[in-house]
Design a protein around this ligand. Structure first.
Ligand code: ADP
Ligand code: MG
Length: 238
């Protein structure tokens, strides 16, 4: 499960409509990238899907049900924040276990889920360390681990790699793609980086001032950009 539908969704802050009526369909298991320049509404759109913002008009449906809950976890979604959102005073194990503790799961179940997540993310040897004793990439993996343990129907990433250095970014891109291949869970990934979009996405949604300029596979967008904005942004020779 992990189908997400946006039906004529709008968002207005004060008097400014930052998302004009927008339709979008995300299939179960897809890796979808929202790409566009800074300020175009990527984070707002992700926060609307997560339930961290209310839609002004329109409807979001998750697996066919109107999404009325106002927390990602209640919508069955996990938001992956940047690595600096970790608790510095807690071990890796406790950071990953935190959402499960909050949910009141028994300790034995928590242990097992944390172990499994650590295995998937190559963090088994680091469970007793504090975030400050980890590299940037390891910290980012802990942030992802905290999402994995809840077994969400979709993962939502908002520029998760933007404060990592270039080499590490390339590495983490591959790791997140591999994670998608093994979990096969819907992922929505927000970035302003065309290269990330082109290399990671099954489907790219190009945004410009809150509007969807084009939706398509990386190849579609490269070969047949619908307009100059898409062509310029995707870096096609056209
Ligand atoms: P992006 O993530 O693509 O950089 P955002 O979604 O953060 O863009 O912002 C889109 C627009 O909405 C921007 O003009 C921003 O200033 C505005 N905006 C975002 N959040 C708020 C808010 N809470 N209140 C008022 N304006 C906001
Ligand atoms: Mg943003």
């Amino acid at each position: 499960m992990g189908e997400i539908v946006l039906d004529q969704v709008t968002k207005t802050f004060g008097h400014v409509q930052v998302i004009p009526p927008l339709d979008l369909q995300i299939e179960d298991g897809e890796f979808v990238v929202f790409v566009g320049p800074s300020g175009c509404g990527k984070s707002t759109l992700l926060r609307l899907i997560a339930g961290l913002e209310d839609v002004t008009t329109g409807e979001i449906r998750i697996d066919g049900e109107p999404a009325t809950h106002t927390a990602p976890a209640k919508r069955g979604l996990a938001m992956v924040f940047q690595s600096y959102a970790l608790y510095p005073h807690m071990s890796v194990k406790k950071n990953i276990a935190f959402p499960l503790k909050m949910a009141g799961l028994p300790q034995s179940v928590i242990e097992e889920k944390v172990e499994n997540a650590a295995k998937v993310l190559n963090l088994t040897d680091y469970l007793d360390r504090r975030p400050g004793q980890l590299s940037g990439g390891q910290r980012q993996r802990v942030a992802i681990g905290r999402a994995i343990v809840r077994e969400p129907s979709a993962f939502l990433f908002d520029e998760p790699l933007s404060n990592l250095d270039a080499a590490l970014r390339v590495n983490m891109r591959l790791e997140i793609s591999e994670l998608h291949n093994s979990l096969k869970t819907t992922m929505i990934y927000v970035t302003h980086d065309q290269v990330e979009a082109m290399t990671m996405a099954d489907k790219i949604v190009v945004l410009n001032a809150g509007r969807v300029e084009q939706v398509g596979s990386p190849l579609d967008l490269y070969n047949a950009p619908r307009n100059l904005f898409v062509a310029g942004f995707i870096g096609s020779p056209k």
